[in-house]
Design a protein around this ligand. Sequence first.
Ligand code: ZN
Length: 143
Amino acid sequence: MDSEVSTRPDLSNLEVPIDSWTSPFWEAAAAHRLVLPRCGDCQRFRWPPGPFCAHCCSQRVEWLPAGTGRVYSYTILRKSRATGASDSSRLVVPALIEFPEAGGLRLLAAIVDTPLSSIRIGVLVEPDWSQAVNATVPVFKVR
Ligand code: ZN
């Protein structure tokens, strides 16, 4: 079991919907920087990005570095060989990654290239990047 390593989800057919409210996130991701939106009025982080703050309805937004992430929760998906998955693409680990420096905001993302024995709730992670059709998508590795 110790030799099992999480793999990257196949995003080669994923087209990410991008609009004026999400484009700062994707532009930063293209430069391998992870930023999160914070309300320009009440200073609360907000997710997903959108036109209005859920707390004060402000449209002002600023994008700040996400800071260090940690695993809030995760699961392990084992693809069946019957679906044609190769051994190297059999283990996908979707996780909720929490950012304490961003008000506890949580992103759903994959933990990749990491031994399953290293993945635990609360462990620190660092961003890595996978390419979709039109965007660079954040994934995470255990630090
Ligand atoms: Zn607000």
